[in-house]
Write a protein of this length. Sequence first.
Lengths: 375, 375, 377, 377
Amino acid sequence: MEDISLQSRIDVLSEEQVMIQDSAVAFIAQDEELKKVRENRFSQPGYDAQTWAEMAEAGWLGFLVPEEYDGIGLAFSDLSLVLIQLGKGLVPAPFSATAVLAARTIVKGDNETFKKARLPALISGEWKPAIAWQEARSTLDVKAEKVTCADGKLNGQKLFVPDAGGADAFIVSAASAAGTILYMVEKDASGLSIEYAQRVDGGFYATLTFDNVVAGEEVASAAVAEQALALALDEARVAASAELLGVMTRALEITVDYLTQRVQFDKPIGSFQSLQHKAVDLFVLSEISRSVLLQTTALFDGDASDKERAVAASQLKSRCGDAALQITKDAIQLHGGIGYTDECNIGLYLKKAMYLSSLWGNPTAHRGRYAALVL
Amino acid sequence: MEDISLQSRIDVLSEEQVMIQDSAVAFIAQDEELKKVRENRFSQPGYDAQTWAEMAEAGWLGFLVPEEYDGIGLAFSDLSLVLIQLGKGLVPAPFSATAVLAARTIVKGDNETFKKARLPALISGEWKPAIAWQEARSTLDVKAEKVTCADGKLNGQKLFVPDAGGADAFIVSAASAAGTILYMVEKDASGLSIEYAQRVDGGFYATLTFDNVVAGEEVASAAVAEQALALALDEARVAASAELLGVMTRALEITVDYLTQRVQFDKPIGSFQSLQHKAVDLFVLSEISRSVLLQTTALFDGDASDKERAVAASQLKSRCGDAALQITKDAIQLHGGIGYTDECNIGLYLKKAMYLSSLWGNPTAHRGRYAALVL
Amino acid sequence: MDDQAFRFHVREWLEANFPEEMRFPPRRLNFDQAMGWHKKLNEQGWVAPGWPAEHGGMGLSPYQQIIFSEELDRVGAFVIPSFGVTMLGPLLLGYGTDEQRAEYLPKILCGEHIWCQGYSEPGAGSDLASLRMSAEVDGDDYIVNGQKTWTTMAQQANMIFLLVRTDKEAKKQKGISFLLVPMDTPGITVREIDNIGGYSEFAEVFFDEVRVPRTNMVGAVNQGWTMAKALLGAERILLGSPKLAKFPLQRLQAMANDFGLFDDPVFKERFTKLHMDVEDSVAVYIRMLEVMRRGEQLGPEISILKLAVTEMFQQVTDLILDAAGEFAGTESVLPLSDGTSYKPVNTYYLSRPSTIYGGSSQVQRNILAKAVLKLPG
Amino acid sequence: MDDQAFRFHVREWLEANFPEEMRFPPRRLNFDQAMGWHKKLNEQGWVAPGWPAEHGGMGLSPYQQIIFSEELDRVGAFVIPSFGVTMLGPLLLGYGTDEQRAEYLPKILCGEHIWCQGYSEPGAGSDLASLRMSAEVDGDDYIVNGQKTWTTMAQQANMIFLLVRTDKEAKKQKGISFLLVPMDTPGITVREIDNIGGYSEFAEVFFDEVRVPRTNMVGAVNQGWTMAKALLGAERILLGSPKLAKFPLQRLQAMANDFGLFDDPVFKERFTKLHMDVEDSVAVYIRMLEVMRRGEQLGPEISILKLAVTEMFQQVTDLILDAAGEFAGTESVLPLSDGTSYKPVNTYYLSRPSTIYGGSSQVQRNILAKAVLKLPG
């Protein structure tokens, strides 16, 4: 599939970035037909162990972890090159949830012993934590209220925990007397029940119910927990946006290819001006998204304030969420009837867009936060 | 200019309606080039006395006045046929403001002596009243607050009074101890000052400032004033919507004609699919508007409740306001550079749409009222 | 009975008779699931609102048809429409012989015949006239060979109406005829196709040397295109029914109520805008039905309705996805406080092909540009 | 100086030097109105931010050019851009001779030469290559005949750069050359055209046997189209500057503040959406300027920026009209509480031709479809 993005036309990558991108391109080329994607969907944990091991092998899981914890300490602008490809390949592994959100929450926490013990295991792929923070639909608020911790026992419910099926443990935000604290809880902890809901992309969300579950190690104290979670979530939103960019980019490539091949009224349908202009409008959306991603990863690689990061993450997530939905649904329209069948891959891109654009705040939620922060 | 609306294809007019429509078509055909429109714009009162006299002669000014006051007592579905043509011809006379809003406010009032004395003069074209009710930008509220009446003296300010320049008198809503009352005030009343602002369509709005002006005859008592005003305003909104339909219809006719004539890249530009589809989308908007107008005039001709009328008027006004703006501004785009010149008539349609869609509540204001009434 | 009385009559009967378990299902019910209800409707004589009474229909005015349809929506009926009632019936009334009417119409009403529609072929989607399924005369029969696709619920139908090519030499539109074929005729194979919602609502139908009596042709030989176009007209008014957008809007309202979204002025304004748009499309619909009531044909202008309504439908489902928050990414069926359940993504999926089937939006715009606006080229 | 320091340096100087009476004017200032300011900028060496320093420019990086432009917006500068600075200068730097550069560049800087652009002709709008103005050799001169239109501020300019046809036999694009002509040359007539806002910002320019020295040609004979295209590229990045949308958004904010509209959540959400869109377009702009900074040419992808920004511009002015309420129908100039005045309909008018000039949105989409997406046909 030819890359029609403007990257090769107008952007400049460093040699190292070219290497990173090439390895990610090769990685997804293994499943260009999305057979593995289809095999894994709707069956727990929603991805195969082999994929995760290969990602660990490639060093990707440690991109955002400082070297002192065995990480590579690379930049968001590098990592995004991998994430775009993962989006293009619809790779179902919980990269953003584990290697970004969980890893970065731990890094931003204040338990050095925990970091030293756990981050290397996360990076090597041996240990997969999932973050359980959300207590309501469509909220961006990281303050824990409904899950409480008193006398060392957790009670309450966490919603929308992605990829819990393959996780070894949860990092749970809980309201204590001192404020929000992050605790680790093993997956098989007594009193913890897990209910799974199927996601449209083939993965699963979990609802975690805590009934006097013993709180494990403190991952972040009340002094830093909310901030750590908020920062890591904004980073995870950038990661999800990069995936979304991959999703929309490949959906558009497939569609442009289809427009060139498919004949109706004795002409390739891509020669009809109305379809050409529609494709162009989608292309414009994808390149706006790419531009905002470039700007945002540069900002996250610099010394921007927490607020600047929050504003940028909301700007990016709402742009990429909207654009990916628009592009993938119009891609189905441009495919005609065949696009509405499950056997056609284009529908898988729509579903990935539906999931990722609603994860960690949908475009409307992020516009709300942007307005509150900027206006 | 060929009528491209669906009226002749799918709607059925009575013989009487055909006659009414034909006479209105002939009326505007006198100024098909819009020379008279251009002569009158930006010079007081914004229209010529001859036009008004001809309208009176045609009997149009009495359409909505019961026969007992020398009117014709016809239906909205008949009147709308005239108004659509007035919109097509951009006829600058204050038809909706005087023959609908003012006439109907008086009719709905409770001063029989006043009706018997004044309505025949209004219908014959001798006497032109203007209604001064509005006290703030973007309001639909008819309750008077800022203009007060105490001891028979009016004080305060009324805004956005259309076509005051040609009016002989004002009917003014004022807050009295008993509630809102409608009073007549002669134009040359002592203490009344009038400030005019140029409208984009070439007419004028007036701001009326009352400084101890003696309140004249009571047109409607506190018992009925607000209701009379509210009902008449909703009728005036229907009238303005019919004009808007005429504006958008003619703008589209002119544009489709231009698309057929204008050659670029060695083809008539109307053969380019993207322009065809744009024209079609505008056509769809115009026919949705026409359908809603048909439905609404039928409702106003029946025994609908005040609330049903308000809902229908808001639905119609926001539809026609949005559609007319969309169509006239895209008409300029479809004309290319020439459409941006003052000498091209298409811009006059945009300006009429800008005026009428913001008169008596713009689409956003009417959606707000609809939501409050329906949801 | 005046319209208001008619409405209450229908409402009362539906409240008493519409099965509790069929109300507001999370997905559209298919023919098998709705057959019990079909039979109950038939006992009441209410299967075919638009057919004349002499043929077993209700003979309703256009406005009464809307009332009837609104009342069905009100109790949450959500059923794949019967192609026999909505499409084949009107066609036979217009073009069929008396024998054909006597043979087929009653069986549609009683539910004995369940029809599916054999129009589209692979490679002949928007460009329907390029269809290739052949029907060659062999004695008193035609021998039919080829493939249909996007045939809704072919797997449950026992009858199919077909567009076939009876003259390969003639220009595209000229050599097409209209055939009625039992699905159990030897040589017919059905392959179900899953849609993106994961359901099998349509199928491919393969014809291999299928023998069909020549008496099963409707209209004259090579006149199929005219009838197909008329039928497409009837289909487009069906496909342009405002209920397409109104029904999901009601479901959105129920979900949004539970989520407390009407306290959010931004959501409320978006909902209002769509509510008004949908009400506006009802005005267009009634205006067009009025033409049919007068016994006149609707021409290319019918495309306006389909264009407008399907676009609104998709705008409604966009807002559903937005309102659903994280549920926009799940297959979850949400229990609502009104006792029904709702799966937001289903509605979203369902809206996708509405701008594709029955002539894509692009095709509808081409029709209007050429046939109504008379634009060149 | 780092970027932040540069910003404050510019801000400080502008605060001290930008004339009070030029801040946030209700309509765009023309060349005459802005000449005093131009001369002041020239004293400071700040007329041409993008030109290299050796030619009297500021030699700013792309990002610094944005800073400079933002700071100008901040004080409310609203002036018709100088075509000498933005268009002819870059063209001469790329294609002119040393003599031409020495002759013309300093006069642009000091304001002696005020340039207008002679591209479009009646009948050759979007289809620019079909232009017909002829230039025939006569000794050391060309004799120019024909008509230009949409020439912005021709009535105030004393110089014009022209696309002319120097070979009538060649294919459309092949026979075009680029000429520089003083406006006082005998045979040139200017007719002002009022725009829909009632202002004369452009004109028709008639050429009747106008004699132009052959040395006034830039580039080689019949190579004008290549240069024109390069210039159109430069124009498109200018025409795609986000300030086009950002400036009116700021004015909307000021008006809406006075009207109390930010207390209305619906207005606030609409404003927010546009604010974010405009910020997004800044990201596209900087990404593209970065290419130019590296000294590379921007190709057809530049169309993305113009398409996106002009569409946003019009969305902003739609919201301005909505927010203005009844003032959307008046010519009123509103006094704002920040001491400036504002005429909402002017911005609305100004946004209309942005999707027409410099290649209409339709043409931009054609370019992208063919040249970038490589779609057939």
